[in-house]
Write a protein that binds this ligand. Structure first.
Ligand SMILES: [Fe+2]
Length: 158
């Protein structure tokens, strides 16, 4: 009996293009971070912050959807199983990272109704910083994978 193993693989050229094109996501991340870090609690417009998190959630959903639609694919045969294992792990991180950003967006909405929003704000800023670190690590590991997949293609003459 033959068993076909489906392996997650990447299309490095498409994945790289998606990363290069997603300026809006990078800008939103930067502006959200700047708003949380530079302003004192009295200066923050909570409504604006909620809007930023909402836009960020939409942009991240689009970013991951594009990556999964065009950058990742499943194949029955793989020439580079070591790259497939990493691709599978990185693809799995999309779900975790998106879930975390949804939680932060909901937390920002609570600022509007909370009696003491300042106490929530500190927690939100800290959690957002940790989210950014994880997201950057994810992006950096995907970039490394893109380069290695491209080198593999060149090396094998495909
Ligand atoms: Fe990704």
């Amino acid at each position: 009996m033959a068993i076909a193993m489906r392996m997650v693989s990447i299309n490095p050229a498409f994945l790289q293009e998606i990363k290069e094109d997603h300026h809006e996501l990078r800008q939103l991340m930067h502006h959200t971070s700047a708003m949380l870090d530079r302003s004192g609690p009295e200066e923050i417009e909570y409504k604006r912050l909620v809007e930023m998190f909402s836009k960020l959630r939409d942009q991240l959903a689009m970013h991951f959807s594009l990556e999964e639609a065009y950058g990742y694919y499943e194949d029955a045969i793989s020439i580079a199983p070591h790259l497939c294992r990493r691709a599978e792990r990185l693809q799995g991180q999309h779900f975790e990272l998106f879930g975390e950003l949804c939680r932060l967006a909901e937390m920002s909405e609570q600022l509007l109704y909370h009696e003491q929003p300042k106490t929530l704000l500190g927690g939100l800023a800290g959690d957002y910083r940790r989210f950014q670190v994880r997201f950057r690590e994810h992006e950096s590991q995907e970039r490394d994978l893109i380069l290695e997949a491209m080198n593999d293609d060149i090396g094998t003459g495909d």
